[in-house]
Design a protein around this ligand. Structure first.
Ligand code: NAD
Ligand code: WQD
Length: 334
């Protein structure tokens, strides 16, 4: 299958590109490098051992992307990962988030229509379940109510747009993959999470403390009704996620579908700090702080549908993710 990856130079897209190549598919990449670096594509090519066509462009520049598609022959499917993802930034600048995330998706849909591509895997998020869900979160549960921020609402709105497109075009095949908390890095140490801004997700913060770049981890909330009082999440290794995309592409069927990608196993903030401490051999100081507004106590996936429909189950552990993340950060340290 020849597959266009929008946002293919990013954290998840770069791992998906390598996984696709390993499974015998041909990735093509469009990325505007707004949150990734140009050198990533060379590393993807090295790991994939194939010449992967790549265009540096905003997907909303439909003329450039159209020319790129026309130059590379028939494309069978799109994995649409491009978008903005910083939750705090989306609260501060909602117009930019709605603009980029929604208009990028509409541009990709128009491009697909113009080039006769009717298959898409979309990067959705567990955030679409909002605050109403019961654990574990299952795909047939309610979505949309109580989403805590504009970023999360863009994911919900895009899922609704994709449902409408599938209703209008019976041949259209689309799966929204609802990622839980992606972590880890490629075991080679060549790919990992490398955002251009200040990190605010837990593992990048913990990693910076382990590396001595930050003094301590601020734990947001110690009075949750959880095993140790800190928030629990479902941390899924990016290599497992990447494999999930390959399976989703291979199993695409007409209509809209949503599938969770998670481990089904919740881990607390203290579990993550301990696991990263073990992986890095470094002490990780932390401070106990107030809850972060909008955070849930617990969120983890019902993984039954992914197993049944995609034959996919997460195989790697939190310890694997910490080891690979640490290796990547050591390899990229200046
Ligand atoms: P990332 O920022 O590393 O990757 C996104 C890539 O898209 C970046 O390389 C960026 O340069 C590119 N991009 C952004 N806007 C673009 C545009 N208009 N045109 C072309 N390229 C553009 O993020 P990621 O963690 O790899 O996430 C990939 C997708 O998965 C995103 O849609 C994100 O919302 C979603 N997602 C991520 C997480 C997470 O925690 N990482 C969780 C759930 C869902
Ligand atoms: C995890 C846990 C925090 C930072 C977010 C988005 C979600 C998805 C994944 C894209 C929570 C705690 C965190 C810190 C802490 N992204 N924490 N100190 O909030 O589950 O999900 O990223 O789609 O949409 O909302 O992930 O990594 O920010 O937090 O104590 O410095 O770590 O309270 O319990 P979250 P996270």
């Amino acid at each position: 299958m020849r597959v266009l990856l929008t946002g293919g130079s990013g954290f998840i897209g770069s791992h998906v590109a390598v996984a696709l190549a390993a499974a015998g598919h041909e990735p093509l990449i469009v990325d505007d490098l707004s949150n990734s670096r140009g050198g990533v594509v060379e590393r993807i090519r090295e790991l994939a051992r194939m010449p992967i066509p790549a265009l540096v462009a905003d997907v909303r520049d439909e003329a450039s992307v159209s020319e790129f598609l026309a130059a590379h022959g028939r494309v069978d499917a799109v994995v649409h990962l491009a978008g903005l993802k910083a939750v705090g930034e989306s609260v501060a600048d909602p117009v930019r988030y709605y603009d980029v995330n929604l208009s990028s998706t509409l541009a990709v849909l128009r491009l697909m229509s113009a080039h006769g591509i009717d298959a898409m895997v979309f990067s959705s998020s567990a955030t679409v379940y909002g605050s109403a869900g019961t654990m574990p979160l299952a795909e047939d549960g309610a979505v949309g109510a109580g989403i805590a921020n504009p970023y999360g609402r863009t994911k919900y709105m895009i899922e609704e747009i994709l449902r409408d497109v599938c209703a209008a075009e019976p041949s259209f095949r689309c799966t929204a993959l609802r990622y839980f908390n992606p972590v880890g890095a490629h075991p080679s140490g060549l790919l990992g999470e490398d955002p251009l801004g200040v990190p605010n997700n837990l593992m990048p913060v913990v990693a910076k403390v382990a590396g001595g770049i930050l003094d301590s981890v601020s734990i947001f909330g110690t009075d949750y009704p959880t095993r140790d009082g800190t928030g629990e999440r479902d941390y899924v290794h990016v290599q497992d996620l990447a494999r999930g995309h390959v399976r989703a592409l291979e199993e695409l069927a007409p209509g809209f579908d949503a599938v969770n990608l998670g481990t089904g196993e919740p881990a607390s903030v203290l579990d993550v700090i301990r696991a990263y401490g073990d992986a890095s051999g470094r002490e990780i100081p932390y401070r106990l702080n107030a809850r972060r507004p909008g955070d849930l106590a617990v969120a983890f996936a019902d993984v039954e549908k992914a197993a049944r429909e995609l034959g996919w189950t997460a195989e790697l552990t939190l310890a694997d993710a910490c080891r690979d993340d640490w290796r990547w950060r050591q390899a990229t340290a200046d």
